[in-house]
Design a protein around this ligand. Structure first.
Ligand code: GLN
Length: 392
């Protein structure tokens, strides 16, 4: 057989999504790939039922239905603190995943350097390879997940074309402060680089932390490509609705990339989801409260069991330290991936190995998420408690 491209030899399938498949195979409780096990708001489901009969079912504007972009411009314009032009500054994509890929393909030439904080959401590695970019990793060192400012500037000095900022961060739950974002933004301006943000967890931020859009900082709209998604905010991860917001010259290029990658996101789903984009602020307050309660409940459960973990400032992920297990003879020589596979089989709970997020050789962390009904979290905690029998 003729050879496949070199690029497909250089990355694996997504470990996050692989863990879901293994979890399903063993009937484990899946706390690996982050998605809720509860329904979207009833208004969206009703609107979807209506769209099934009323349409649209055929191609619409490739870069997003007009009513969807209009609603998005109003909602995100408030967050960015600027009027967003739905005609020139938005592209609707197939999920945040396409938005990120599209952003990278729009701004990167082969060999361009892109700064990526590590740990990072695993898609960025593949996005870089597929767009020909060369990632330069900047550690966000655990347990505080802070970055070294000198090292960051060194990265920019290497001629970085862009920096990717996931805020709130998947997997470590870091919420960047205004001061940190200003520091990053000033460097991007000084070295004339783009900032590509991934803000899909913008509404899952825990007090006293606040989510700040990079594009809302003075002068930053012009160099920021905001990537986002409706998946988490409206519990519709399978609808695959995402978007990019940015200055019109960037969006003009991005629309071409998007057009030839996917043509467009599903029209009936845009029609139904537009209803959510017009929800009042109370919807987002309630969502934040819902996830605050879940976070507190799940972390309290982990504490009761005695598992060491970070306290996420945002997102619905928590990093659990498994070093005490790896130190035991039963687990000697195990990688974090092998530990996760063992945990699915023997404990019945699926997690993602931390090594799929870190560039550094970190092998002692696993990621769990808590976007689950209380009864599911209870059962997961009950099962995780059995881990204790291995360290006594
Ligand atoms: N963001 C989710 C996670 O990290 C996964 C998203 C996806 O699989 N497309 O678990």
């Amino acid at each position: 057989m003729a050879r496949l491209s070199d690029r497909v030899q250089t990355f694996t399938d997504s470990v996050i999504r692989r863990m879901t498949r293994i979890s399903d195979e063993y009937g484990a409780i899946n706390l690996s790939q982050g998605f809720p096990d509860f329904d979207p708001p009833i208004e969206l489901m009703d609107a979807l039922a209506k769209a099934a009969y009323a349409g649209p079912h055929q191609y619409s504007i490739t870069y997003g239905a007009k009513n969807f972009r209009d609603a998005l411009a109003v909602k995100q314009g408030k967050r960015i603190g600027r009027k967003i032009d739905p005609e020139t500054e938005i592209v609707v994509t197939c999920g945040g995943t396409e938005a990120m890929m599209c952003a990278m393909m729009t701004i990167c030439n082969p060999g361009d350097k892109v700064l990526v904080f590590s740990p990072f959401y695993e898609n960025y590695g593949a996005d870089a390879i597929l767009s020909g970019a060369d990632p330069v990793y900047i550690p966000l060192a655990p347990p505080a997940y802070e970055f070294d400012r000198v090292r960051l500037e060194e990265g920019f000095k290497q001629g970085a074309k862009a920096i990717i900022v996931c805020n709130p961060s998947n997997p470590c739950g870091k919420v960047f402060t205004r001061e940190e974002l200003t520091f990053i933004g000033n460097l991007a301006a000084k070295y004339d680089a783009f900032v590509v943000t991934d803000e899909v967890y913008e509404h899952m931020v825990y007090e006293p932390y606040e989510h700040i859009c990079m594009a809302s900082l003075p002068g930053m709209f012009e160099r920021t490509i905001t990537c986002n998604s409706l998946s988490k905010t409206y519990s519709i991860t399978r609808w695959r609705l995402g978007y990019m917001i940015g200055p019109s010259e960037v969006i003009e290029g991005a629309r071409k990339v998007h057009d030839f990658l996917t043509v467009g996101a599903a029209a009936p789903l845009q029609e139904a989801a537009a209803v959510g984009l017009s929800f009042p602020d109370s919807y987002y307050d309630n969502l934040r409260q819902l996830y605050t309660d879940k976070r507190n409940y799940f972390l309290a459960g982990l504490d009761r069991i005695g598992l060491k973990h970070n306290v996420p400032q945002g997102s619905y992920f928590v990093m659990v330290d498994i070093q005490e297990f790896l130190d035991r003879p039963e687990f000697a020589g195990m990688s974090d991936l092998q530990f996760c596979e063992w945990m699915i089989r023997e404990i019945g709970v699926a997690a993602v190995p931390g090594s799929s997020f870190f560039r550094e050789p970190i092998n002692n962390l696993i990621r769990l998420h808590f976007a689950r009904e209380k009864a599911t979290l209870d059962e997961a905690l009950r099962r995780l408690e059995r881990l204790n029998s291995y360290v006594k």
